[in-house]
Design a binder for this molecule. Structure first.
Ligand code: ADP
Length: 379
């Protein structure tokens, strides 16, 4: 069993900066978990603490049920893959891949050679074993760095932005490749990236970090459909979720540029969970549709910019002082400068408490607790 557990982990650097605080996470054996957040949010610090490259100020970290707070990095049975690959320039690919194992294990040379060959085949670099890193492309160097980690057969892989030096096409290809290898090896993996798309496409679960604090932990689907707060809502998804300042008046969300009536149970749920009627209405660009008329359910807006992205269109709209984005597939008949009506389904809205930023409304909760038509008749 090689799950990793972090309990109340804190890191305060010498200068006084608290980079990570109260970090709790239970990573299952064989899980692919991604820590994602903006630059400076503490992602690398968490990874480096698991690796033992940084000491922890408070809390505890365990691997496979054993606390490792005071265990030396080389004794933690983990392999790291870095953004800059960290290959030895004067060594061949084969030496780069075998060096760590030769140094830290008592395995026979032949067994190590076999392991290197297997890992090289897995990464598709079996023809490159005699070359030096400088003779390889960025993508090939990345494969060597990953192959070197595989050779170690560790309890866990720790990967710090391993694909960010590759061009977009190769990055997307390597994502799939890393996923395939992780699934095949079933090795617990902690992956760090600032790229939400990478996190959303590769992981079993995602940890969203901001200012050293965990904002939400969940499957890609959970963090997308049920973001816990405005930070997660804005960070996950591209283009970002649109926000409108609104107040709840009876069952209607009323803002300067938007009016949206919700059903009674929804309004009650929002009131129950929020600290005041001062709210933020959130709608994802892809959940907005053109409407014949908005009446009291939508937004009247002017199309300012239309940006075709392949088969997709990003429409940048303005309603009064509020700018927002819509994402529409296929042909769009509107021209820049046109006035149009935009609406959305009740099941797609998100409502946040403005004072706390917390999500106060999950449509599925309301639907699942609402009386069914049968029980209504009985009552
Ligand atoms: P991320 O990986 O999310 O970009 P980091 O973990 O690198 O974030 O950094 C988190 C915070 O800790 C930042 O404010 C950064 O400046 C600070 N920090 C990182 N390393 C050190 C260090 N060695 N000494 C002092 N502060 C550091």
């Amino acid at each position: 069993m090689s799950g990793i557990r972090l309990d109340g982990v804190k890191k305060q650097y010498d200068g006084g900066i608290v980079a990570v605080d109260g970090f709790d996470l239970d990573i299952q054996d064989g899980e692919f978990i991604t820590i994602v957040g903006p630059s400076g949010s503490g992602k690398s610090t968490v990874l480096r603490m698991i690796a033992g490259l940084e000491s922890i100020t408070d809390g505890s970290i365990s691997i496979g049920g054993q606390q490792i707070n005071d265990v030396k990095p080389q004794d933690r049975d983990i392999a790291m893959v870095f953004q800059n690959y960290a290959l030895y320039p004067h060594m061949s690919v084969e030496k780069n891949m075998s060096y760590g194992l030769k140094l830290n294990s008592d395995k026979a040379d032949e067994a190590i050679e076999n392991r290197v060959r297997e890992a090289a085949e897995m990464m598709g670099i079996e023809d490159q074993l005699d070359k030096k890193p400088s003779e390889l492309s960025g993508g090939q160097q990345q494969r060597v760095a990953t192959g070197r980690a595989i050779v170690r057969d560790p309890a866990a892989f720790l990967m710090d932005e391993p694909l960010s030096n590759l061009d977009a096409k190769l990055r997307s290809h390597m994502r799939t490749e890393l996923q395939r290898i992780q699934e095949e090896l079933e090795t617990t993996t902690v992956y760090v990236t600032h790229d939400q798309e990478e996190a959303m496409t590769m992981s079993d679960r995602v940890v969203i970090l901001n200012h050293g604090e965990v904002q939400q932990v969940g499957t890609p689907r959970e963090v997308f459909t049920e973001p816990k707060n405005t930070f997660v809502a804005e960070f996950i998804g591209s283009p970002s979720m649109n926000f409108f300042d609104v107040r709840l008046e009876d069952s209607t969300l009323v803002g300067r540029d938007v009016t949206y009536s919700v059903s009674r149970p929804l309004a009650e749920r929002i009131l129950e969970r929020s600290t005041s009627d001062d709210l933020i209405l959130g709608i994802r660009p892809e959940h907005m549709t053109f409407a014949e008329t908005t009446h009291d359910n939508g937004i009247d807006a002017v199309l300012e910019v239309r940006e075709p992205v392949g088969d997709d269109n990003y429409l940048y709209l303005r309603s009064g002082d509020t700018e927002f984005t819509m994402r529409v597939l296929g042909q769009v008949e509107y021209e820049e400068g046109d006035t149009l009506q935009v609406s959305f389904d009740e099941s797609d809205i998100h409502v946040f408490d403005r004072a706390t930023g917390e999500n106060v409304f999950v449509y599925q909760d309301v639907v699942s607790t609402a009386p069914t038509s049968d029980t209504k008749q009985d009552a």
